[in-house]
Design a protein around this ligand. Sequence first.
Ligand SMILES: Cc1cc2nc3c(=O)[nH]c(=O)nc-3n(C[C@H](O)[C@H](O)[C@H](O)COP(=O)(O)OP(=O)(O)OC[C@H]3O[C@@H](n4cnc5c(N)ncnc54)[C@H](O)[C@@H]3O)c2cc1C
Length: 454
Amino acid sequence: MIEPQRLIELNGAAERGGDYVLYWMQQSQREAFNPALEVGVAAANRLGLPLLVGFGLMDDFPEANARHYAFMLEGLADTAQRLRARGIGFVIRRGAPDAVALGLARQAALVVCDHGYLRIQKQWRTHVAAAAGTRVLRVEGDVVVPVGLAASGAQVGARTLRPKLAALRDRFLAPLRRQRPRRDAQDLQVRGDVDLGDIPRLLGRLSLGRAATPVSGLRGGYTQARARLDAFIRTGLRGYVAARARPAEPQVSMLSPYLHFGQISPVEVALAVAAAPAPHADRDSFLEELVVRRELAANFVDNTREYDRYECIPAWAQRTLGLHARDPRPVLYSYEDLAAARTHDAYWNAATREMLATGYMQNYMRMYWGKKVLEWSASPREAYAVLLQLNNTYFIDGRDPSSFANVGWVFGLHDRPWPERAVFGNVRYMNAAGLERKSDIKAYARRWGAAALQ
Ligand SMILES: Cc1cc2nc3c(=O)[nH]c(=O)nc-3n(C[C@H](O)[C@H](O)[C@H](O)COP(=O)(O)OP(=O)(O)OC[C@H]3O[C@@H](n4cnc5c(N)ncnc54)[C@H](O)[C@@H]3O)c2cc1C
């Protein structure tokens, strides 16, 4: 059953006759555990029509580059195969997602779409709803608790959102029944213009930013995501609480890239972890990250117009950072120095090299990494811009609500004032002693070959 609170009518229009029901896929790029898809199957069965899934592939998604696209296209190839095996049509066309959706909507009896919280994702949905000429139904399937239901307005921190989520969470942690489409879509004469059969070739033909190249260690797609989840439950979940503070020996799920592209459902992940044979404390700690922290980020982006600008950080933090903006910095590095891992700090260089090579970094290390950019930049405003750009260029999970919320966290978002010190004012500071105490950070630095500048 799909909780009714996940559904919203976007335009109040009536359904009409058509060749198919269209699920315009954008955020939830998966066949498995996808409530928007299942709403589409149910509607198609009710109308006696086949279900067509349509995806618009644009080259110029803000800040996206070849690294992000490779991962996304691998995921879409996996999804396409799974959909066709279920008798559901799948077409992918070059173009802006809203334009592709509207093109396919012309022959559709109704349109189902999924939900995303970034500005551009909301604009696309508003446009499709206004111009589709038929009913458009939105299904919110990439969070456990629908964001608007969990809380009204931006929350000051996890402490205010946590009890609200706790009161609602179990209602939304329910298995999703896969339904069988009654009409097979194989006879539909609707063609795409993108071949997912040769992804390296396709990447070469798209005009993408090349600042970050595809990585080999993380392959996109639900099949990979589910395998990672199962492996993490078998070997990583037990001891997760303690491991979170140990960046050198990461014991993590590495699911954030898959969650970012909607390649796996957070409800599916949460159900599997909740039922796992691991200590309560480890399961709770994982669910705190997956549900509370991740959905705090969605709450922030959904409710903050300037979520990607320095102005998004709280007033107290802007004030204290402003008072210390002219404090002498221990060193200053440019974006180019930082992106080349050229600093005096071997731990920081190691973390950056890991990010450059793999598109990933463990959470505790990301915290230290971000705080140092604030410390080594000429002003907090410049630090914010540099950190967001590094984050969104190189992490496969970049450009996510969690990117904007966590970069903001470095500057005091969702945190509280701490004792005052140079550069940071009352914003939380971090130093290398914490890394050295908690982890074999020297081994980590050796592993990534990050020699300090002499
Ligand atoms: C400076 C900084 C930048 C960050 N940038 C990003 C980013 O661009 N994209 C991104 O997805 N996350 C970001 N994070 C949050 C977090 O570091 C990653 O989500 C996490 O490291 C992903 O690894 P994992 O999947 O192995 O996590 P696990 O430890 O296995 O956790 C499971 C899931 O919980 C969620 N989660 C864990 N920590 C956080 C957190 N702090 N905030 C929100 N959700 C969380 C993620 O969805 C993650 O996949 C950032 C954190 C910091 C401090």
